[in-house]
Ligand binder design. Structure first.
Ligand SMILES: [Zn+2]
Length: 249
């Protein structure tokens, strides 16, 4: 067998984080069909650098990486395919950063089970945030789906206490889903606005092809994103720093 300590690996992914290290180098973390991966990128912060654009945060790129014997990945080439980030509005930049932060914190654990569908859904949400005039709706739907893939999706098909499908009036986060009128009064849970119940049902049930149909009022998107972030924190201890900016919208 030939001695080869620099086998080339091709990966396509979206850059979630670009952390400068010494000199002009950086550590890059990206998400692709196979999940989150990290690599060392030498000289990418030097201007001009042929790989710099492809290592920009929220850039969808095709990477050529070499793996050393100790398993560390190093960048050989980064070809930018599309920048899935726009600063055309404060809303869209906050929404894109928030989803990237959530993906990074939810799916970075080694051995994390990953699903190519998750990556494609995430990519579609970022495109929606960038190109549509409803970035908050796409951020909300992206957050719902990430919770599903992280195994903490809410049950929006029936009352989580008694199983009844009718008379749903509230979401109970501590119980993990919808509750009916009778159970809500037993729990002392207050009513959730009807629009927000509809949004949660759509958010936890929709597929990628349903995304363009989503058109929700911005204040409801913000209210639910705040609730979902609190729910995520209660379930996992993860704190999304991007929520601070979202609250200023
Ligand atoms: Zn019930």
């Amino acid at each position: 067998m030939a001695w080869n300590n620099a086998e080339k690996i091709k990966k396509r992914g979206i850059v979630l984080r670009n952390v400068p290290t010494k000199g002009n180098d950086a550590m890059i973390t990206a998400i692709g069909e196979g999940g989150v991966f990290s690599f060392f990128a030498r000289g990418v912060r030097k201007l001009p650098s042929k790989n710099g654009a492809g290592c920009t945060e929220l850039c969808l790129s095709n990477f050529v990486l070499s793996e050393s014997l100790d398993g560390l990945l190093t960048l050989s080439e980064a070809a930018s395919e599309a920048l899935l980030y726009s600063d055309k509005s404060l809303e869209s930049s906050i929404c894109a950063s928030l989803l990237a932060e959530a993906a990074l914190k939810l799916f970075s654990e080694p051995g994390e089970e990953n699903n190519p569908k998750m990556f494609h859904f995430f990519e579609s949400c970022l495109r929606g945030i960038k190109d549509s005039d409803k970035p908050l709706a796409y951020a909300f739907l992206g957050m719902c789906k990430m919770l599903v893939y992280a195994g903490i999706g809410l049950d929006v098909g029936e009352c989580v206490i008694c199983g009844k499908k009718t008379g749903i009036i509230a979401i109970s986060y501590p119980d993990g889903g919808f509750v009916c009128q009778d159970c809500a009064s037993d729990l002392g849970a207050s009513k959730t606005p009807v629009m927000q119940l509809k949004m949660l049902r759509f958010g936890f049930k929709c597929e990628e092809q349903d995304l363009p149909r989503a058109d929700f009022p911005a204040p409801d998107c913000i209210a639910l994103l705040i609730q979902l972030a609190d729910y995520l924190n209660a379930q996992t201890g993860i704190n999304l720093s991007g929520m601070k900016l979202l609250r200023t919208i």
